[in-house]
Design a binder for this molecule. Structure first.
Ligand code: ATP
Ligand code: ATP
Ligand code: MG
Ligand code: MG
Length: 283
């Protein structure tokens, strides 16, 4: 059927499909969350409710899109790795970025009140989203290492900064000044000597971020029940729901292994995480 005389404008829409056979990383980040976290009284340096809400939205996204095989979150951002061979929306960039960003955002708003019980949303939050393509496994390893190293650097700084303000009585300007030019070791030292905080004992969730992976659910062991012969003869066969006759059938086994999404706070810089999950990089 011919379209209207206006339909030619469609030709101005350019294809934007992403190079096949490359790894796709989708990252989103809260828009102006410095302000958003102030207005909603986030605890500093880390508001656990806000982090759990981010994890929840990320989990919702992974439930909806099976092609996302890994998620990593810190602060107001989340990165997702899609299967190298994904054909999601024919790899159309704008379609993927917009639908994923939109679902994450709506999930964040949808679940807000379950985490912030006494803090109503003051205005609708938003997230930006982007996709970066990487040609090889090493870049994917380095990408996630980069984000987790960033989590560590930011969290060490923020932990020291807010200890100086909240426990040390410094103004934010003074705290910035105290920390200016300090290396990691000195921040550890300030935390330990002045505030008795051993940074290595700070919650892993804050130091390492959130890692979302799919984990196989182990099948429950099949119960070995021995039925006495005389009883067995009296048990009627189980009919298939679609069958009207009384044909004796064996229960079917679900050949597809069931998985669930789990949130870990583990190291993803070293080899161990990747060696335990070879599929992440070979799919
Ligand atoms: P942009 O729009 O450029 O991303 P932004 O204000 O969101 O600007 P970010 O660099 O993304 O800047 O930093 C996010 C800020 O949000 C952090 O610096 C921190 O102040 C705040 N924030 C995010 N999550 C939390 C949390 N769980 N607990 C406390 N503060 C948080
Ligand atoms: P895609 O994800 O590709 O956009 P879609 O199902 O959203 O798929 P659209 O071409 O965007 O397809 O069409 C939106 C459909 O949503 C319409 O065909 C109609 O069935 C339904 N719809 C949207 N708004 C209304 C409305 N206000 N009242 C009734 N139906 C609506
Ligand atoms: Mg932000
Ligand atoms: Mg950010």
């Amino acid at each position: 059927m011919a379209g209207s005389r206006f339909a030619y404008v469609r030709k101005f829409e350019l294809p934007d499909s992403l190079l096949p056979g490359t790894f796709m990383v989708f990252r989103l980040d809260g828009h102006s969350f410095h302000r958003f976290s102030d207005i909603h009284n986030f605890a500093k340096p880390n508001d656990l409710r806000a982090l759990q809400l981010m994890d929840h939205a990320a989990r919702d996204l992974m439930e909806e899109y099976p092609d996302i095989i890994l998620g990593f979150g810190e602060s107001d951002e989340f990165s997702f790795l899609l299967r190298k061979s994904t054909d999601l929306y024919n790899r159309r960039q704008a379609k993927i970025v917009s639908t994923l960003t939109s679902l994450f955002t709506s999930s964040y708003v949808f679940h807000w009140s379950s985490y912030f019980l006494d803090t109503p949303l003051q205005y609708p939050p938003s997230f930006d989203g982007r996709i970066v393509l990487y040609p090889g496994e090493q870049q994917i390893r380095d990408y996630f290492a980069w984000r987790q190293a960033d989590t560590h650097i930011n969290n060490l700084y923020n932990t020291a900064f807010w200890a100086l303000v909240q426990q040390g009585g410094e103004t934010t300007t003074q705290a910035h000044h105290t920390l200016r030019g300090t290396v990691s070791k000195e921040k550890h030292e300030i935390l330990f000597s002045r505030f008795q905080i051993n940074y290595n004992q700070v919650d892993e969730q804050y130091r390492k971020g959130s890692v979302l992976v799919r984990q196989e659910i182990p099948e429950p062991p099949t119960a070995q029940v021995t039925i006495p012969k005389e009883l067995d003869d009296n048990i009627p066969p189980v009919p298939e729901p679609s069958q009207t006759g009384g044909k004796k059938t064996k229960p079917k086994r679900d050949v597809k292994q069931k998985t669930k999404i789990v949130v870990l706070h583990c190291d993803i810089i070293k080899d161990e995480f990747w060696e335990a999950r070879p599929d992440l990089l070979h799919d």
